[in-house]
Design a binder for this molecule. Structure first.
Ligand SMILES: C[S@@+](CC[C@H](N)C(=O)[O-])C[C@H]1O[C@@H](n2cnc3c(N)ncnc32)[C@H](O)[C@@H]1O
Length: 364
């Protein structure tokens, strides 16, 4: 359930700040711009290629920007409300001007995080952020700005360089809970490929831990299209599912010959199971629109109840391609209640991951 926390009406929300994969600033910026314009806000985008973040700047403070939902954005790893910016912070004392600025805002927060973009350049600031954070947190407590609770509004200080910082807020229920929006997942040594982390992350992103327990049960069956060498299949069998793994290539490691796995050396576009399955997953490197149609067909025909799949986006007009795919899915599933969500995961490269689920009319 979405938690709502109200901010003082005096707090100037000057824009939005989103983190994204470096190289995807244009797509992330376009999504933010469309969201802002839809709300009637007068906004423009600051998106420098390769910077790993995007800003939506409002002509004047605009509270409506709070309505933009992180879950609706595909290319944003994190979404923040911007409430100020400081430049030219002096090396000998950054704390005083920062405290003065924060005390001047009608703001109480539950936690404070110091962050940078996820680029090699910005990584050089991580040591500074740690050291400065150790000084800042007690000072903010003393100043009555940092008051808890931990899961309340999070103040994020987003450092561009040692002298420039954006003051931003991550709102409960409308934010990533991971620092920099990045899940630090351990690579399971038994899994046959690093791709395994994509499905592991997708499951965490698209459902809560309780929902995961409900949706993946040992009585269930799944089809994995484009399964080789077996990283996604591995995620499914470790959750107890039986998997029909479809790929002309070989499965590897302990997935090969595993008692819960049947390997079909077939074309993923032609394969159909004898009986409907619970899950369909697909990581085939193919034209996105072909994959989107295939996924929608399976769900429309009742062959699977839910699907997680990747859309590879090596083309220039990536956002337009995603919209084309979603239009196809919605058209094929018109009249069938469904949930469609997508995100460019941390473990995704030139691709996004989509979650598509048939809803029973009862649950609508
Ligand atoms: C990125 S790899 C999949 C990696 C896999 N998800 C894992 O975790 O190990 C893509 C796979 O899709 C398979 N593939 C591509 N087109 C296919 C098709 N039409 N039918 C079946 N498999 C296909 C390739 O053989 C390749 O093994």
């Amino acid at each position: 359930m979405r938690r709502t926390v109200s901010l003082s009406s005096e707090l100037p929300i000057t824009g939005l700040l989103a983190y994204c994969r470096a190289g995807f600033e244009a797509e992330c910026g376009e999504e933010l711009l469309q969201a802002g314009l839809k709300l009637g806000c007068q906004v423009s985008v600051e998106a420098e290629a390769g910077s790993g973040f995007v800003r939506l700047c409002s002509v004047r403070p605009d509270r409506r920007l709070q309505q933009v939902q992180w879950a609706d954005l595909i290319f944003a790893r994190q979404l923040l409300l911007e409430v100020g910016e400081l430049t030219g912070l002096p090396e000998r004392d950054r704390l005083t001007p920062l405290l003065t600025a924060l005390q001047g805002l009608p703001l109480k927060v539950g936690s404070v995080w110091l962050e940078t973009a996820d680029t090699n350049e910005a990584k050089e600031l991580s040591g500074f952020c740690r050291r400065f954070g150790d000084k800042l947190a007690p000072a903010l407590q003393q100043a009555g700005v940092l008051v808890g609770p931990e899961d309340g509004v999070r103040l994020v200080l987003f450092w561009r360089n040692h002298g420039q910082v954006h003051l931003a807020l991550a709102m409960p229920g409308n934010r990533s809970e991971w620092p920099q929006g990045i899940p630090r997942l351990r690579m399971p040594f038994e899994a046959p490929s690093r791709s395994t982390l994509k499905l592991a992350e997708a499951i965490q992103v698209f459902m809560s831990a309780e929902e995961e327990q409900q949706r993946f049960k040992s009585s269930m069956r799944a089809v994995d299209l484009g399964a080789a060498p077996g990283g996604w299949t591995w995620q499914l069998i470790t959750r107890g599912l039986k998997v029909l793994a479809v790929d002309n290539g070989p499965l590897k490691g302990n997935v090969q010959g595993h008692p819960q796995v049947r390997h079909f050396r077939q074309d993923g576009f032609r394969f159909r199971p004898d009986q409907p399955v619970d899950w369909l997953v697909c990581d085939m490197v193919e034209q996105p629109v072909r994959v989107a149609r295939l996924m929608a067909d399976w769900l429309a025909d009742g062959l699977a109840r839910e699907a997680i799949f990747n859309l590879k986006l090596p083309m220039k007009k990536r956002l337009a391609e995603v919209e084309r795919c979603f239009d196809e899915i919605r058209e094929r599933l018109s009249g069938v209640p469904h949930q469609l969500e997508a995100r460019q995961l941390y473990h995704d490269r030139e691709e996004i991951t989509v979650y598509l689920r048939r809803l029973s009319s009862r649950k609508r």
